[in-house]
Design a protein around this ligand. Structure first.
Ligand code: RIB
Length: 337
């Protein structure tokens, strides 16, 4: 029969509360002799306290929730790896949630994770939200946002870790312009996503800084996936828009666009230059290898947990908003001069 905390208390001649305090290292007033007696009985009878019982006393589960929008996209597993490495090294487990970019699922997971008493949450928001879509009121679990911000002030959001998306887009488009590309489409992810909005602003800024007009007919908004890249590139060619370059909202879009252009008989980069965003591992495996903007994916996840741990330990944050730097990764999908 499984030994319980009651049996240990009876054998030690103390209350279950005393045993629980010894297990959770509470209440210095308990004598060392009593502590030693209890711990030796626990060893002798191979008693392991229930984590649920421990949580009810300590109000901690040593668990962190991770909410991301699309596990299929290789961007997120690299971010999740940074989350898991830093959490694990601090003795925390992860509960992983995939929202499919749906606010309803995201709200559902926020509630479920609170019910499971996670100590904190790392979240890549499905949408920037606005007042109409403000999420659960009076939410108490601290959240650190990664990758994508929200536009609504939420008291439970205690920190943010992002890439400088504006700068990433700016250096990508400037690179194409410097190579002689002049008519650049922007095949974007959803503009309900803060990262997409910042990339659009960086695209516009680079055009303007180089004396090129922004034409909203060159903005094609869709999903962060290869199907959208394929479809948008095909549509652009078929509608006869004159272009010699495509800035893509992420690498999956770029991979789809390259495939579509090649199927139409256009060569990359000779006819059309293409640049991506993220630098997921697949971007090195396609032909031509993708020129792109590297996001510090692993570091983003790692630093987000670092920030959350400081919050959970009640430490002051140097800055509750950490902006990481993107890098231009030049490969073969943009013309060379
Ligand atoms: O590839 C998925 C995109 O969604 C990435 O660019 C990342 O920044 C996230 O916003």
């Amino acid at each position: 029969m499984k030994i319980t905390i009651k049996d240990i208390a009876r054998l030690a001649g103390v209350s279950t509360t005393t045993v629980s305090k010894v297990i959770n290292n509470k209440d210095e007033s308990i004598s060392q002799a009593t502590r030693d007696r209890i711990t030796s009985l626990m060893k002798e009878y191979d008693y392991t306290p229930s984590t649920v019982a421990r949580s009810l006393v300590t109000k901690k589960t040593n668990t962190i929730g991770l909410i991301i929008p699309d596990i299929r996209n290789p961007f997120f597993p690299e971010l999740a790896r940074g989350v898991e490495d830093r959490a694990n090294s601090a003795g925390y487990n992860i509960i992983f949630c995939n929202t499919d970019n749906k606010i309803e699922k995201e709200d559902e997971y926020l509630k479920i994770l609170a019910e499971k008493m996670v100590d904190g949450i790392i979240m890549a928001a499905s949408s920037k939200r606005d007042e109409r879509l403000a999420t659960v009121k009076g939410y108490s679990v601290p959240v650190v946002l990664v990758d994508r911000d929200i536009d609504v002030e939420m008291d439970y959001v205690k920190g943010r870790v992002f890439t400088d998306n504006f700068k990433g887009a700016r250096i990508a488009v400037e690179h194409m312009i410097n190579q002689g590309v002049k008519k650049i489409l922007f095949i974007s992810g959803p503009l309900t996503n803060k990262a997409s909005i910042e990339r659009l602003e960086g695209y516009k800024y680079a055009l303007k800084e180089n004396g090129l007009e922004y034409d909203e007919g060159y903005l094609l908004e869709g999903e962060f996936n290869e199907d959208w890249g394929w479809e948008a590139a095909r549509a652009a060619v078929e509608t006869g828009i004159e272009f010699d370059g495509i800035f893509c909202g992420n690498d999956l879009i770029a991979i789809g666009a390259v495939k579509s252009l090649k199927e139409i008989g256009l060569s990359v980069p000779e006819d059309i230059s293409v640049i991506g965003f993220d630098d997921i591992y697949v971007s090195r495996l396609i032909e031509p290898e993708l020129t792109t903007v590297r996001q510090p994916k692993y570091e983003m996840g790692f630093e987000a947990v670092e920030m959350l741990l400081r919050i959970l330990e009640g430490k002051r944050l140097k800055d509750a908003r950490l902006i990481l730097q993107p890098d231009l990764i030049i490969r073969d999908s943009v013309r060379k001069g």
